[in-house]
Ligand binder design. Sequence first.
Ligand code: PMP
Length: 387
Amino acid sequence: MTASEIRALFAVASRPEVVSLAGGMPHLAALPLDSLSAEVADVVATDGLVALQYGSAQGIPELREQICEVMALEGINAHPDDVVVTVGSQMGLDMVTRIFCDPGDVVLAEGPSYVGALGSFSAYQANVVHVAMDADGLVPEALREAIAAVARAGQRVKFLYTIPNFHNPAGVTLAVQRRAEVLQICREHGILVVEDNPYGLLGFDGVTYPALRSTDPDNVVYLGSFSKTFAAGLRVGWVLAPHAVREKLVLAAESATLCPPTFNQLVVSRYLSTHDWKGQIKTYREAYRERRDAAIEALEQHMPLGSTWNKPNGGFYVWLTVPEGIDTKAMLPRAITQRVAYASGTGFYADGLGSRQLRISYCYPTPERIREGVRRLANVIKDELEL
Ligand code: PMP
């Protein structure tokens, strides 16, 4: 196990004078805290003896039913028996890796990919083989080539890990017409798909894409989370898995935590039944779209020639390529001196790539701070070019 570059940054990046474009912290100020605190108190008053007690390792039944309603928004038809509640989807990632991967097994993942997933894969000594993306997400031809290359090396692919919607960190979305092809390729080769989808409901055009799980229930393990659509600190996520996998997940969850926190599950369940949670997601979407616009406008205004970036249609992240000759990891201490932080690109690859890339998160700072942060970042890059 190695320290995540991003976690290490948290302490410096959270100093008030630094504009942090580094972490992916949700914009919780958009939550109705007054009414939530009343609900939380009511959970203790009416359900306290359940809320504060051990519960089932799989999660409380009423929440698992509600989770199925949430997933229905993405075309998923699931039974609550196949849902396992987890301590955030990060725990789902850890358990899926624990179940499937022996040291030396291969996991396919987009390049770049989510730092926390790469951390789980490396903790279980799985080898990551990256698959290229373009503006339409994972490239099916690159997937075929990666599978063939792994087979030629005499190794075994355990699963494809993919973030189809509003990718972390690349910001892109897998085109709808590619989804069937990706599923078909994985089926042909007997490769399980692990679909990680914490941002799917945060599309800025109000479009919700069909989950991979919706068309291939037997070959997709789906990871979901309330971290971005409600509250990250409650640490409530879930895994929806084919039957046999689900049974192993419950065993793995039991040995890891005995059960997910009952109190937190009841708070989420209460929130889903009494609040306009779809309206809250819309509020989040609008806040993030405004922040995305601030980031993109500032990039267009300030970035020097030779820098490129994408314009995400949802989620939290812009992926930036800086002019040739700049190493974003080496530049980071100088950026922090100039009071701006970002996540450098190499942390998102298992193979050392990404030194010319960086990730900007626009989810947390206000639009004004984002504009100022991007302006500072552009100045740091311009200074580097003159070094
Ligand atoms: N997957 C992805 C792609 C993420 O971006 C994150 C959070 N940054 C997670 C999983 C973990 O989320 P959770 O809070 O549900 O553990």
